[in-house]
Design a protein around this ligand. Sequence first.
Ligand SMILES: NC(=O)c1ccc[n+]([C@@H]2O[C@H](COP(=O)([O-])OP(=O)(O)OC[C@H]3O[C@@H](n4cnc5c(N)ncnc54)[C@H](O)[C@@H]3O)[C@@H](O)[C@H]2O)c1
Ligand SMILES: O=C(O)C[C@H](O)C(=O)O
Length: 313
Amino acid sequence: MSKVTVVGAGNVGATCANVLAFNEVADEVVLLDIKEGVAEGKALDMMQTATLLGFDTRITGVTNDYTKTAGSDVVVITSGIPRKPGMTREELIGVNAGIVKSVAASVLAHSPNAIIICVSNPMDTMTYLIQKTSGLPKNRVIGMGGALDSSRFKCYLSKALNANPNEVEGVVIGGHGDTTMIPLTRLATYKGLPVSQLLDAETLEKVAADTMVGGATLTKLLGTSAWYAPGAAAAYVVESILHDQKKIVPCSVYLEGEYGQSDICIGVPVVLGRTGWEKVVDFKLNDAEKELFEKSAAAVHKTNSVLHEIKAL
Ligand SMILES: NC(=O)c1ccc[n+]([C@@H]2O[C@H](COP(=O)([O-])OP(=O)(O)OC[C@H]3O[C@@H](n4cnc5c(N)ncnc54)[C@H](O)[C@@H]3O)[C@@H](O)[C@H]2O)c1
Ligand SMILES: O=C(O)C[C@H](O)C(=O)O
């Protein structure tokens, strides 16, 4: 029996739970929220799609009762506030740090062997906070951002190429921020062909720029941040772990020298399997990409330092 808990039954958490159930990623999904009735209601609504969609996953919802999450294999943390148009993700730190820290402690009290996936923003810093305060081995703390950013990169690339997005490969590393993410255009391909052979430099620059502000663009359109792709991206990470798929996915993980960085959680390609992130894959960045990665890491370190100022660490 596999069990996944999703904390936060808002836009992203509910979407993630829905994708997990629809794809039968786990036998059991528990949705938890602090707001009375919300998780119960959404879980019940989702369960009523089981016979329509033909899935066997059992979904339950609870209001802040962590005993019902006991024995989870994977816990996805989406609790916290989303940004509004005009805000950066970093501005959420003051409210979200307290929520994420206490939620991580509560889930681990009942599921000490769980692998934690952090979605709440600013995601790299929230992942670092969990890593530093939970005492978990580093392989069991994973920040989800790169899976989403890479799917946006592939979406924008496929539009520029007028191609099927599923035939496009592309990876985004670095921080999950408007100015810190790094779409690796040099390594992006369409059916194995480098996209630089198919698109001009100006188009490629626009694709990278659109990718970097992908979340901000949606926030402006929606009035709150996105949820369909974020929820699906979190479920994709869960599936690779729970089903031991060994997919290489860019995730925010605690580095100890890899990519020239230490004491930071930031997006790098990792192999995801049943024990969490199993190894960092070295993409052999060129000098320009290395410089971008260093700048990105410096910005994430700066946000992490706020954790001390607000006494979250
Ligand atoms: N990493 C990513 O790629 C990514 C993508 C999208 C959104 N996000 C982030 O995910 C978070 C959630 O976004 P959303 O759109 O789902 O927001 P939302 O407001 O729709 O949902 C958040 C939910 O968290 C709940 N919550 C708050 N405090 C809680 C607590 N202590 N315990 C349990 N539940 C609690 C709220 O009641 C709410 O239902 C935001 O911080 C957002 O910035 C990250
Ligand atoms: O943009 C946001 O604030 C939410 C999330 O990080 C996203 O990229 O969609």
